[in-house]
Design a protein around this ligand. Structure first.
Ligand code: KQY
Length: 365
């Protein structure tokens, strides 16, 4: 049973923990739509299954899947992974799932943001999205956690928190007129503070170049822990990503977090530039209402889009020229965790990566 609560997490003493804090589980949703995943989603399903298995070593994983795919999905996963039937429009549970919040006396609840498929009818990625908008509520029912229905459109991948009162996000996404055009920057900030239990906002300007989410921060930068931010970086000045990352570096280095700390910024190399091949593009069904996949289009590839599990960091392998270096940066940031790289191009081809397809359930305190 999950009740809907009319107040806000902050008013009730709840906050979103940092991803570095211990988890009691992780949710993943199963990919199947052929207009986003090539070859009927079979290669993506293999990649998602590998992520599920890798995270399941760190914390128990639940996979949400349609009735249509249930048997197939179940057959690909270990028995220790829970598989539940739950309808979705696609597989981005970072964005469609709940943002869990906790208090200091063993309470855990969830925020159910409004979801419009990354822009609704003004540049959104598919129509309809109503099943996705119900995902958070259903996950909260299964988890037995009470729910706050937030009054704004927001995706979980568009914010990162340190768990100590600081939020990072991009203006490109949160201030985009296709999300909450009726709200000012100050009103959006206040809503985030109310629903994430935070008090300090650090605005970055843009996300990763050509990111179809309108620049989710989780593809650009994340907290390794309070006071330390990982930032996608390229020294290649002819790459438009360079100016984006340089601007973000300046903003992060000039910021003070909620505890009054200056931030340490750790640069993680940017892969590529990577583009879609002819073969990959031709494997995606072109259907009305969904975003076309065209050969030669740049992919929004980033090693910052990793899952920070309780005992393991699971990061995407994207480009043999940079995979080892990215792994070393992560090992330096997370010396007490096992750092595991998994082939992730098939996830990238769908428009996101490992962080976007996972949603942690924080441990009770
Ligand atoms: O980056 C994410 N959090 C989600 C990516 C969605 C891509 C949809 N095609």
């Amino acid at each position: 049973m999950s009740a809907t609560i009319a107040s806000t997490p902050a008013a009730d003493g709840y906050r979103m923990p940092g991803e570095q804090e211990p988890h009691s589980g992780c949710w993943i949703a199963w990919p199947e739509r052929p207009d986003n995943w090539r070859l009927g989603a079979k290669p993506a399903q293999e990649a998602f299954a590998a992520v599920a298995e890798a995270v399941n070593v760190s914390e128990p994983v639940t996979v949400a899947v349609s009735d249509h795919q249930f048997e197939h999905c179940r057959s690909l996963l270990s028995a220790s992974i829970r598989v539940v039937e739950l309808s979705t429009d696609d597989a981005w549970i970072r964005d469609t799932g709940p943002t869990f919040v906790v208090d200091d006396s063993g309470g855990r609840r969830g925020v159910d943001w409004r979801f419009n498929a990354w822009g609704g009818l003004q540049g959104g990625l598919y129509v309809p999205w109503d099943r996705d908008d119900r995902v958070a509520r259903k996950v909260l029912e299964i988890e037995g956690a009470d729910r706050y229905r937030a009054p704004i459109v927001l995706e979980g991948g568009s914010v990162h928190v340190d768990g100590e009162g600081t939020v990072i996000a991009t203006e490109e996404c949160l201030l985009n007129p296709n999300r909450n055009p009726h709200l000012s920057r100050a009103e959006i900030e206040q809503t985030l503070f109310d629903y994430l239990g935070a008090e300090t906002m650090i605005w970055l300007r843009r996300g990763v170049y050509d990111d179809e989410t309108d620049g989710h921060v989780d593809n650009l930068a994340c907290f390794a822990r309070p006071g330390v931010v990982l930032l996608t970086w390229t020294d290649e000045q002819s790459d438009p990503q360079h100016a984006i990352s340089r601007d973000a570096l300046g903003r992060l280095e000039g910021a003070t977090d909620a505890r009054g700390r200056a931030l340490e910024v750790v640069r993680i190399p940017s892969p590529g530039p990577l583009t879609i091949t002819d073969e990959e593009a031709s494997g995606v069904d072109a259907l009305p209402g969904s975003r076309p996949r065209r050969a030669g289009d740049r992919l929004a590839a980033s090693y910052a889009n990793f899952y920070l599990g309780t005992t393991r960091v699971v990061f995407p392998l994207l480009d043999p020229r940079f995979d080892d270096a990215a792994g070393e940066v992560l090992r330096g940031c997370f010396p007490d965790r096992e750092v595991v790289g998994l082939p992730a191009r098939e996830i990238l081809l769908g428009g996101g990566n490992i962080h976007c397809i996972t949603q942690q359930v924080p441990a009770l305190r």
